[in-house]
Design a protein around this ligand. Structure first.
Ligand SMILES: [Mn+2]
Length: 426
């Protein structure tokens, strides 16, 4: 994917794009909104691509890989570089260890740099046993009753941080599968205390400029009681650990009907919002494309972020990461679509008339307050987002450009005999 291919793709679309953009600009100007200022903010939007999302995902029932999938972490970076070129918004990779652990982290860092990429938060894994691992995580990692298992899990986290330091990462995301399937199996209070004690060791050994993100999830694989099951538990951990510990909100890690934007608002208010794993869900941790099922919720989450920016809440710099499993779609196309969805939700949130919303809230004008949000949500921001991409050197139509480039077909010819473990999702 080179400059010429993107220019060629844009050339045939520029005239129609300009007309759409002018029409949107005129409409927004009538409401006192400066299109150019919004485009510039969307242009600066960035999101990290997870190393596990470039291959076809699967369920416990099976996996149906497509042609031309990346066979190793270097090929995964190659795919991310294409996504970044097309969108101008995906300059970092969130690496999973051990799934994508590099033999030579310094070499991988240089390789990424050559592709114009850097590394976001690194992800640990104590939810599976690895070959040659001395002790099993079958009954937990940080919460395990056996101190030797806990020590092994802490040691793994030290190693993940060490690799991340070489890569230039500045954060570690910790999601624990620890929990129980039956009442009585696990002591509910002591298991949490053991998790905190282990996290304290990881936190104490963090480089001074690193953050630690705790990620909660209500169930799966534990079906009775997960140790870090909700944002309250995550907050207790982050609060106990210290200033550089924050909560990570995975949009799919909530029980049905949870008001996630309210969770986000609470964490912002407490100074503990670390970042997001973007995805969408109909039932559980479905890991579907962000914005595919509940686009209004995604908008309302971004609305909280933009509102907090507007209020200049100190220290708020949430990490933006994607955590999806692409079981049916071409993973690269799904990621291009996801970046577009996120930029669109952000753009709509930027269109909210905050002064009007404040006034309607203060005067308890319920209908107009709600309509202020709905007007922004219902705006067609496609041309705005396309313009932001164009200014970043990206494609007006990333998926169109991707298909026209023939990249996947070329990879299908070059990448034969895929031989890596099936990607999964956190
Ligand atoms: Mn996640």
């Amino acid at each position: 994917m080179n400059r010429d291919q993107i220019d060629q793709s844009n050339a045939g679309r520029t005239a129609a794009h300009q007309r759409d953009l002018d029409a949107l600009g005129e409409r927004l100007a009538r409401g006192g909104v400066d299109l150019d200022a919004v485009v510039e903010r969307v242009r600066r939007f960035e999101v990290a691509i997870p190393s596990w999302a470039l291959g076809t995902g699967g369920t416990r029932f099976g996996r149906f890989p497509g042609p031309g999938e990346p066979r190793d972490v270097y090929e995964k970076l190659q795919d991310v570089a294409v996504i970044h070129r097309l969108t101008g918004a995906a300059p970092r990779v969130s690496l999973h260890i051990p799934w994508d652990e590099p033999d030579d982290p310094e070499r991988l860092r240089q390789h990424a740099e050559g592709l114009g990429l850097a590394f976001d938060a690194v992800n640990s894994n104590t939810f599976q046993d690895q070959p040659a691992q001395a002790r099993s995580y079958k009954f937990g990692s940080f919460s395990h009753t056996d101190v030797a298992v806990r020590e092994q899990a802490v040691e793994h986290h030290h190693r993940v941080v060490q690799v991340g330091e070489t890569l230039g990462s500045r954060a570690i995301s910790v999601w624990l599968a620890d929990g129980s399937n039956y009442p009585g199996q696990m002591h509910l209070r002591r298991s949490f205390d053991r998790v905190l004690a282990c996290l304290e060791q990881v936190y104490a050994a963090l480089p001074p400029d690193w953050l630690l993100f705790t990620e909660h999830k209500p169930y799966e694989p534990a079906f009775y009681a997960t140790v870090v099951q909700d944002w309250g538990s995550s907050y207790l951990l982050a609060q106990a650990l210290g200033e550089r510990a924050r909560c990570l909100v995975d949009l799919g890690h909530h029980l049905p009907n949870t008001n996630i934007e309210l969770v986000v608002a609470r964490l912002i208010g407490a100074g503990k919002l670390g970042g997001f794993h973007f995805n969408d869900a109909k039932y559980g941790d479905d890991d579907l494309t962000a914005g595919s099922i509940r686009p209004y919720q995604l908008f309302l989450v971004f609305n909280e972020l933009v509102d907090a920016e507007h209020d200049q809440v100190p220290g708020l710099q949430p990490a933006h990461m994607i955590d999806q499993s692409h079981n049916l779609k071409d993973p690269m196309e799904a990621l291009l679509q996801t970046v577009d969805q996120l930029q669109g939700a952000y753009a709509r949130a930027l269109l909210v008339d905050r002064a009007a919303l404040d006034a309607y809230q203060e005067s308890n004008d319920v209908l107009m307050a709600e309509m202020t949000l709905q007007r922004a949500f219902q705006a067609d921001v496609a041309a705005l987002v396309a313009e932001a991409r164009r200014r970043q050197g990206g494609a007006l139509d990333p998926i169109g450009a991707f298909r026209e480039s023939g990249y996947r077909a070329r990879m299908a010819r070059e990448r034969v005999a895929a031989a890596y473990a099936p990607p999964q999702s956190l």
